[in-house]
Write a protein that binds this ligand. Structure first.
Ligand code: SF4
Length: 154
């Protein structure tokens, strides 16, 4: 998996102060996408073990308390990303007690593949569905358009 950006301190993408990872790779191609530079799964930087360790360390940093991890993109559930995202989420669950995981995807919850479904047990909140410009509303919290759903899983 490749990623575009990592913010160790973020107060925009999800509730509270968080760590946020924007991964590469998305096949939805929503007109009006806020981040089309992430569509190419080969773009960005390699997501390696050092990045996993950095995220775990940041989540456990007691100097700045983070509420949890936000996974966005691109699409964390892009098929080629699923193994790395599942591993990251599992590591967060094992090593960062009390931290939540929010995940944004352009897929619909009911259409997920088995590989995508395997990630859900680690996810507290899934924000699903493509961005639809005709339903866009800048007043919405944590989503761009009215069709997108904030699904509490845990
Ligand atoms: S799912 Fe998100 S990243 Fe992918 S095209 Fe749609 S808005 Fe852009």
């Amino acid at each position: 998996m490749q990623y575009h950006q990592y913010f160790p301190i973020d107060v925009v993408n999800g509730p509270g102060t968080r760590c946020t990872l924007f991964v590469s790779g998305c096949e939805h191609r929503c007109p009006g996408c806020y981040n089309p530079g992430t569509w190419n799964p080969e773009s960005g930087h390699p997501f390696d073990e050092a990045m996993v360790e950095q995220i775990l360390n940041d989540l456990n940093d007691t100097r700045i308390r983070r509420r949890g991890l936000s996974l966005s993109g691109g699409d964390p559930l892009f098929p080629e990303n699923c193994a790395a995202i599942e591993n990251l989420c599992r590591r967060v669950r094992e090593s960062c007690p009390g931290k939540d995981i929010w995940l944004w995807t352009g897929y619909l919850r009911e259409n997920l593949t088995p590989a995508q479904e395997r990630i859900l047990p680690y996810v507290d909140v899934l924000v699903d569905g493509p961005f639809i410009a005709a339903e866009a509303d800048p007043a919405l919290a944590f989503r761009g358009s009215h069709n997108q759903r904030i699904l509490t899983l845990a």
